[in-house]
Design a binder for this molecule. Sequence first.
Ligand code: C5P
Length: 207
Amino acid sequence: RGVIITIDGVAASGKSTVASGVARALGVPYVSSGLLYRAVTLHGLESGLPGGDLRVLERLQAQPPRLEPHAEGNRVHLAGRDLTDDLHATRVDEGVSAYAALPEVRAWVDEQLRALPAPFVAEGRDMGTNVFPQAQAKFYLTASPRVRAERRSAERPEDLDAIEAALVERDTRDAAQSLPAADALVIDTGELSAQEVIDLIVAQVRE
Ligand code: C5P
């Protein structure tokens, strides 16, 4: 059936690791909505546009980025190029919130996501609230800024304090679209391993 499960949460709360694990356990793909916001941002940066410039959408119209959901990991292609490995650069982290704040960009991303064939696990900020309010099960991941910075530090060149400051800054800028759905189960992942979070969600879904 067309089951949709949503996993939302703050930056670096483990959403994509957990979404991938849950998707593999259930034998469905997962969908990383943040990658589409990141692809828009990378294109804006590479086009030399100022931060959060709406003209990025016009430039993407002829050849929009395409999200490929898999259970193991998502890829994004644009005009024959695989952008995925460039989407987690620090400059994209820093620029993405300004693009994600534009209603037109959000509407475009939402349209791409809603066109994907269910079943899948969708991961992001507003999957359970705005994009898939009809989802069968909703989860929201949190953890303290320090814990999240420690997890992220393996993937970023900056020191721990700088990573933590950048995460807190991004949370503030993303606050408008980052509220848990009223019917989401909120999970503080601070004391849990990724596998424990995955097992908890899979158990809830199978209930
Ligand atoms: O999840 P990830 O950190 O990759 O998301 C990157 C950025 O994309 C977020 O900081 C936020 O600005 C934006 N985003 C969003 N809504 C989503 C997913 C991501 O606004 N559903």
